[in-house]
Design a binder for this molecule. Sequence first.
Ligand code: ADP
Length: 219
Amino acid sequence: MKPETETQKRTLQEVRNYIRNKYHDEGSGHDHFHIFRVASLARKLCEEEDDVFLVQLVALLHEEMDDKMNQHANQEASLLNLLGDFKIGSGAAAIVQAIQSIGFKGGFQQKQQSRIAEIVSDADALEAMGAIGIGRTFYYAGAHHNPFHDPDLEQVVVRDFHDYRHLKRNCIAHFDEKLLKLHDRMKTRKGQEFALKRHQVLEDFYQEFYEELAMASDD
Ligand code: ADP
C-alpha cells in the first residue's frame, strides 16, 4: 500500500478537523466518530494497489453529499469548493463521483461505483452491521421519533426512496429493508471477510428480538 506523503497527512488532518467541527453535535449516529471509524475501516479494506490517500478523503467526506445530512442546492459545486479549500486539485472529480455513488438509500438509487467508492461503501456498510450497527439503528430511530416497537406498524411496506426516508415504522424494520442485506452486497475481499461476524450478530439479535416480543405477548 502506498503510504501517504507528509503533505497528504497534513491535508487529512485538516479534513479531520473540519469534519469534527461540523459533525460533533450530530445526534442520529452520523457524528464525526462514525466518520472516523469509516475512515479507519476503509484503510483496513485497502489492498496493495489502492490509493490510501484518496480512499481516506472519500471516507472522511462521504456524508458531504448525503441527503440526510447536507441539503445544499448544488452539492457537487459545494463539495468541489471544499476540496479547493483543502487544495485538492487532481483527484477532485474522482472524489465527487465516488461520494455521489455511496449510500444504501433503501436500495432505490444504486449507482455504478469506482474501486474507491466500493471500499468506502463496504466500510460504511460494516458500520451499519454488528453491535455498532444495531446501536446506531436504534439511536437513529429514536432521534427521528420512530417507535421502538408498535405492533400496529408491523405491516408497513417501504415502496420507494421517499418512504424509506419518511415513513413511520418500527426500528426492527430497518433490519429487513437494509441491515440483513448488506453482507451479500460487500464488494471488497476483506469487506466480505469482516462482514461475516457482523452479519451473524445482526441475525442473532433479530431472532432474539422477535422471541422476546412473542414471550411478552398476551396471545
Ligand atoms: P442510508 O441512509 O443510505 O441507508 P446511511 O449509511 O446514511 O445509509 O445510514 C446509516 C445508518 O443510519 C443506517 O445503517 C442505520 O443505522 C441508520 N438509519 C438510516 N435510516 C434508518 C431508519 N429508517 N431506521 C433506523 N435506522 C436508520
